[in-house]
Ligand binder design. Structure first.
Ligand code: ADE
Length: 224
């Protein structure tokens, strides 16, 4: 898989891309991630990439031309499955979308900034828009990092124990049940007996029942 991230502040993505699962997946050759600085395609001597919005209003808007040139360049080099724009005015990211995207070959993720991006860029190139939640961040870099992390960890081989991805919260539409490790007792608090029983069938039933209870309590909206 190849992911191209387009950003006005690529430095914000550096540490995230060079650690943990993402780094491991890159080392294993499972994913290539390229970060492109939109400024490199900026206009004129000052490499301008944003401007005031027509009609007035606070905040700068990313211009269509630099991003169009950058995306057109990438598209001329290979076929992209999706060109994703991270923005709060979009459907909220769900695990099912992450699962779907983890099966793709080439993705572009555009991290917006300022007051957003000229609508014509969205109309021209963007195939999917994603929000990471009902709140506004100062830029799309963290959302792009969130999406990239969620995708990359699902690529077979990225995690040491791939089966654990299948037991994540949301994978079966429910929140994950509680987990425990050693010691069996801490400050008087015991690990539920069933988990020490060795009875895999019973353990699976217990986990399912816990997941349902927790989901009902914390996220009843998921039960519908
Ligand atoms: N950019 C700013 N806020 C965002 C959000 N919540 N999701 C995606 N992109 C964003």
């Amino acid at each position: 898989m190849r992911i191209d991230i387009l950003s006005a502040i690529p430095q914000l993505l550096d540490s995230f891309l060079n650690y943990s699962i993402v780094q491991r997946a890159k080392d294993k050759g499972l994913v290539e991630i390229f970060v492109h600085d939109i400024h490199a395609y900026g206009k004129g001597k000052y490499k301008q990439i944003d401007d005031y919005q027509y009609g007035g209003g606070a905040g700068m808007v990313l211009m269509v031309e630099p991003l169009d040139r950058l995306i057109s360049q990438l598209k001329s080099e290979r076929v992209y499955d999706e060109i994703i724009f991270m923005t709060p005015d979009a459907p909220v990211l769900k695990q099912s979308t992450v699962n779907e995207l983890s099966l793709k070959t080439n993705l572009i993720i555009v991290a917006g900034h300022y007051k957003g991006v000229d609508q014509r860029l969205r109309d021209l190139h963007v195939t999917r828009e994603i929000s990471i939640g009902d709140y506004v961040l100062s830029g799309g870099e963290l959302p792009a990092a969130v999406l990239t992390d969620a995708i990359v960890r699902l690529i077979p081989g990225a995690m040491n124990d791939q089966t654990s991805a299948l037991s994540d919260s949301f994978q079966n539409g429910l929140l994950a049940p509680p987990v425990y490790t050693r010691p069996p007792e801490y400050k008087g608090m015991k690990v539920p007996e069933i988990l020490l029983s060795g009875n895999h069938q019973k353990i699976a039933e217990w986990r399912e029942q816990q997941a349902e209870e927790i989901t009902k309590k914390i996220r009843p909206d998921l039960m519908q």
